[in-house]
Design a protein around this ligand. Structure first.
Ligand code: ADE
Ligand code: ZN
Ligand code: ZN
Length: 265
């Protein structure tokens, strides 16, 4: 009996520790919004190809599939694919490459896999698509380009109003959910209003350029977020437009990648 109680306590402590660092993307809302925006920018041909691969379900349906899959033994190899760490004092280019993979490499690889064989539907391609639609969202969450020293903000304690949390979770969920109390369709409706010129500019560059752009925001977030301090209304006020822009960029770039693969002409 004694053994089983202490055994349970150990298991519970491990679970608590794991749940502390398991923030692996925008929360569900951020990924849903990214995919809802992307769906709106697909060409007819791309839409048909994607629908065929995703068992007739939408991008939104699969948007967060990878966050759960990466926690399973089958897809555990993709655990590090949700982020890239650039430590304090490092430039983007100076950050060492994680041999287990990172979000930039993973996106490039999924694009390659999809591009190679898009005429023949196969399991590899279906998996690559489910991964890609999630990872492009993650690429636009500033704390997914966070420091290694604090595990992308997971160890950076911060209080949001009265809730004790960390910088990573603040950006994954608390902040987007506080910015607007909208459904993902309302988010899409409100922020997916960019001009053709703005859209063309957003689609310029490489995946590395997009990551670097997010990283410039990450730096500013670190510089303006207190350690063990409290943030509230002024923080939401400052960062809401940035979150809106990041979600819009993620959706538009995801559509751009998919259109390039499935409807290159
Ligand atoms: N999630 C878990 N570990 C992380 C890290 N090192 N950087 C960003 N997000 C993470
Ligand atoms: Zn993720
Ligand atoms: Zn996260």
């Amino acid at each position: 009996m004694k053994f089983s109680v202490s055994y349970c306590k150990t298991i519970l402590s491990i679970c608590a520790l794991l749940s502390f660092i398991n923030s692996w993307g925008w929360g569900q809302k951020g990924h849903d919004v990214t995919c809802a925006i992307a769906e709106h920018h697909l060409t007819e041909k791309t839409r048909a190809a994607v629908l065929d691969l995703l068992e007739g379900k939408s991008l939104v349906y699969w948007s967060n599939w990878l966050d759960n899959a990466s926690h399973t033994p089958e897809y555990g190899y993709s655990r590090t694919w949700h982020y890239k760490n650039i430590d304090d004092g490092q430039e983007y280019e100076e950050a060492p490459i994680n041999p287990s993979g990172d979000v930039v490499v993973a996106i490039r690889d999924q694009v390659k896999t999809l591009g190679k064989s898009y005429k023949k539907k196969n399991d590899k391609q279906i998996l690559a698509l489910k991964m890609l639609i999630h990872l492009v969202g993650d690429l636009h969450q500033p704390m997914h380009l966070g420091r290694l020293s604090d595990k992308g903000g997971n160890y950076h304690k911060i209080t949001f109003f009265t809730t004790e949390t960390n910088l990573h979770s603040l950006w994954d969920s608390y902040l987007p959910e506080s910015a607007h109390k909208w459904s993902y369709t309302e988010w899409r409706n409100e922020i997916d209003r960019l001009s053709d010129t703005e859209i063309a500019a957003i689609c310029q560059g490489t995946v590395d350029d997009w990551a670097k752009e997010t990283f410039l925001i990450t730096r500013e977030v670190y510089n303006s977020s207190p350690r063990e301090g409290k943030v509230s209304y002024d923080y939401i006020y400052k960062w809401t437009p940035v979150i809106e822009k990041q979600l819009a960029k993620g959706g538009i770039r995801l559509a751009f990648l998919l259109n390039t693969i499935f409807d290159p002409h």
